[in-house]
Design a protein around this ligand. Structure first.
Ligand code: NAD
Length: 486
């Protein structure tokens, strides 16, 4: 763990293994944090807060730029370590670490350029203004699928805004986070950032329940988000929740089929389909459905599975055996209800080790099936034909989640209808899953509360205070006693 500026096993006497999902080998044993470790991390963050909060924005910006620079010095090592513990192919982790470094630069600059707001006073002789203040000790609870990117989308704005932080990485992927603490966070004043490793119930919940933690920023599953929200409610904590998704893609009849097949495969299969914004359901206009699905199955069937460290790998392993089983259960249940597998649908031959699953294309599906309703979080592409655009939008919105949605078309009329009517926090036209530092990211409906990135992503980490100042300090005629005559 990393508490008060030091690597430590804390109070822990036990450890847990971190497994390479491509080989099933144990990469490392990591300290199994306890509630006492959570307490120590919160106390360190609490002690560091008054000074960090008062550190001028320029100096905080310099500290954040230095985090980015120190990460860049260790870039290749971090990319490789992330592939070892999470499984994604190296090019995807190049992207994740690059994005993480840039996020620190982005928020360093954004925070340095903040301006306040002075509002019109109710009377002459008064002065009214609005302050943005940090929340204090902030807990950042992180999933395994983009363990560094999703951490940095929280940590950079939290620090830029003057908060101090306790990070709880996923127990599945703590190694790259710990290495970043050592090589890039070490120059920050002790206690400004702390990392506690362990299981959600043992180290995450004590943070959620701790009265000195005023804000909790979580990326994770809907179930964990609901549990954290219910635990935090009695203390009225600020919650920032980035939860699950079941993103639709609509493919209009005017698309270039080769381009759309390639774009869909990327959107559904990057990180082996383990992205909150993975395309998980596809609606293709009926006029092109047979040709499109045939081309898609051919393209997907040729993708190369393998260890993410190898340059020839397109698709890495899934993260754990239990996640692979969940995906296979959804596929087999759909098949029992009439779905047809065009390619994939099973564990690949020749991979005795590693949590691999064949990229899968399914047709003959409908909205009564779990594969079209529940988050799958695996390499599966189920497709349905639609008759007209009303039906496409109705199907796209027929889900509890509302994280992202994609439309593939050149038709501006369809684009306008889609971005106005689709219920999703991000809408992509022709370029799925591309983020923008200045573009707020987050979900509608059950996909969460709050936004990351952009100005909105910084504002989340501040609370607002309105100051009303009567400079003349005179007696008011509306004070007691009523009816007073001057
Ligand atoms: P998870 O919900 O199992 O765990 C997320 C984190 O919460 C982990 O660090 C875990 O240890 C911690 N945790 C678990 N129980 C806790 C508790 N009771 N109190 C405090 N902390 C607790 O999620 P995961 O399997 O790591 O990640 C996959 C999920 O994350 C998917 O549902 C995916 O959609 C979602 N996700 C969402 C986004 C987004 O931006 N909306 C991005 C990536 C992943």
């Amino acid at each position: 763990m990393w508490i008060n500026g030091k690597l430590t096993n804390g109070n822990s006497t036990e450890s847990f293994p971190v497994i390479n999902p491509a080989t099933e080998e144990v990469l490392a044993e990591v300290a199994r944090g306890t509630p006492q470790d959570a307490e120590a991390a919160v106390q360190a963050a609490k002690a560091a807060f008054p000074e960090w909060r008062r550190t001028p924005a320029n100096q905080r910006a310099q500290a954040l730029h230095r985090v980015a620079a120190d990460m860049r010095l260790h870039h290749d090592e971090l990319v490789r370590l992330l592939t070892l513990e999470e499984g994604k192919p190296l090019p995807e982790n190049e992207e994740e670490i690059w994005w993480s470094e840039e996020t620190f630069d982005y928020y360093a600059e954004l925070a340095r350029h903040q301006r306040g707001v002075v509002i019109p006073p109710g009377d002459p002789g008064q002065f009214n203004f609005v302050l943005h203040e940090p929340w204090g000790v902030t807990a950042c609870i992180i999933p395994w699928n983009y363990p560094i990117l999703l951490l940095m989308w929280k940590l950079a704005p939290a620090l830029a805004a003057g908060n101090t932080v306790v990070i709880k990485p996923s127990n599945v992927t703590p190694l790259t986070t710990l290495r970043i603490a050592e090589v890039a966070l070490a120059h920050l004043p002790p206690g400004v950032v702390n990392v506690i490793t362990g299981y959600g119930a043992e180290t995450g919940e004590p943070l959620v329940l701790h009265p000195d933690v005023r804000m909790i920023a979580v990326t994770g599953s809907l179930e964990v988000g609901q549990r954290i929200a219910s635990l935090a409610a009695p203390q009225m904590k600020k919650l920032h929740l980035e939860l699950g998704g079941k993103d639709p893609m609509v493919i209009a009849p005017d698309v270039d089929i080769e381009t759309a097949v390639s774009g869909l495969s990327y959107a559904a299969l990057i990180n082996t389909g383990q992205v909150c914004t993975s395309t998980e359901r596809v609606y293709v206009h009926e006029s092109i459905f047979p040709h499109f699905t045939e081309e898609l199955a051919d393209f997907v069937g040729k993708l190369r599975l393998g260890n993410g460290l190898e340059a020839s790998t397109d698709i890495g392993p899934m993260i754990r055996d239990k996640d692979r089983s969940k995906v296979d259960d959804q596929v087999q249940e759909a098949v029992r209800s009439g779905a047809h597998v065009l390619t994939g649908g099973k564990r690949p031959a020749g991979f005795e080790r590693g949590f691999f699953y064949e990229p899968t294309v399914l047709v003959n599906v409908d909205h009564s099936m779990r594969i079209m309703q529940d988050e799958t979080f695996g390499p599966v592409i189920p497709l349905m034909p639609y008759r007209d655009f009303d039906e496409a939008i109705r199907l796209a919105n027929d889900n509890q989640f509302g994280l992202g949605a994609t439309l593939m078309t050149h038709d501006a009329q369809l684009v306008k209808r889609f971005f106005e009517e689709v219920q999703a926090g991000t809408v992509w036209i022709n370029d799925p899953l591309t983020d923008n530092f200045a573009g707020p990211f987050g979900g509608m409906k059950m996909s969460g509360i709050g936004r990351e990135l952009g100005q909105e992503g910084l504002d989340e980490f501040t609370q607002v205070k309105h100051v009303h100042w009567d400079i003349e300090a005179g007696l008011k005629d509306f004070w007691f006693p009523y009816g007073r005559e001057d």
